[in-house]
Design a protein around this ligand. Structure first.
Ligand code: FPP
Length: 230
């Protein structure tokens, strides 16, 4: 098993690409392209802001309900991003993983993912995880199906089945003014702090991440206990 990168685990629901494009009278695809540029900026800034694991919601298992043309565009964008970005991520010490189902992805994309993961496997500064065809409820169901002995089941053991090696989420951010979890990292976010911002994802940048982390660091995390002074 690979050791995790030191630092916080931040989950990011990148929402608002479509509205960003519509506000500029552009096709929705332009919003997704601008979303990739935002992703690049945020991932580059993350390690210096104390983030060790960054999990980004790129395509949910429910996103298959979108018009076929938008789904095809997004899938081709993922392929291009992964092929173009792997070397750059490796040079910056980032390890890339893709979580979610791979059996429903277009031909060739699973191979592109595997190549990008292999090319970045040595990264220790940032673990960048992209959730593609991802559903937290399905991840929990798949973990349950792997349980062989209920008597031996522990929270930690089950956690490993659900999440692999990734730590619990410390901070979960959603952009674009929506305030819901949309089946993202449900098990891992049991004690996550939540941060909602009106900023649309393509406009979100390192300053917004820094601000979310500043607010996070002021919060007292009690994990069900009492305040430190009590
Ligand atoms: C939500 O915005 C965004 C998505 C469903 C796709 C996220 C994809 C990207 C940020 C770009 C590609 C990412 C990678 C990893 C290459 P929306 O379309 O739901 O926006 P809306 O709510 O304004 O319509």
């Amino acid at each position: 098993m690979q050791s995790e990168c030191a630092g916080l685990h931040v989950g990011l629901i990148m929402d608002g690409n479509g509205r960003w494009a519509e506000a500029r009278a552009l096709p929705r695809g332009h919003g997704h392209e601008a979303g990739i540029a935002a992703l690049r900026r945020v991932a580059e800034a993350a390690p210096d802001l104390g983030v060790g694991t960054l999990t980004l919601y790129a395509f949910s298992s429910d996103n298959w309900r979108r018009p076929p043309a938008e789904v095809a565009f997004l899938m081709s964008l993922f392929g291009h991003y992964l092929a173009a970005e792997a070397e750059r991520l490796a040079a910056r010490g980032a390890r890339l993983s893709v979580i979610g189902r791979r059996d429903r992805l277009p031909a060739g994309l699973a191979d592109t993912i595997a190549r990008a993961e292999a090319a970045t496997a040595a990264g220790r500064r940032l673990h960048l995880r992209l959730a593609v065809d991802y559903s937290a409820r399905d991840a929990i169901l798949r973990a349950a199906a792997r349980v062989t002995c209920l008597d031996d089941l522990t929270r930690d053991g089950f956690s490993r089945l659900v999440t692999g090696e990734a730590p619990d989420v410390d901070l979960l951010i959603r952009t674009s003014g929506e305030q819901r979890l949309s089946d993202f990292l449900l098990w891992e976010s049991a004690y996550a702090e939540l941060h909602f911002t009106d900023r649309l994802w393509p406009d979100f940048g390192p300053d917004d991440l820094a601000e979310a982390l500043r607010i996070f660091r002021r919060r007292e995390r009690r994990f069900g206990g009492l305040p430190a002074a009590a």
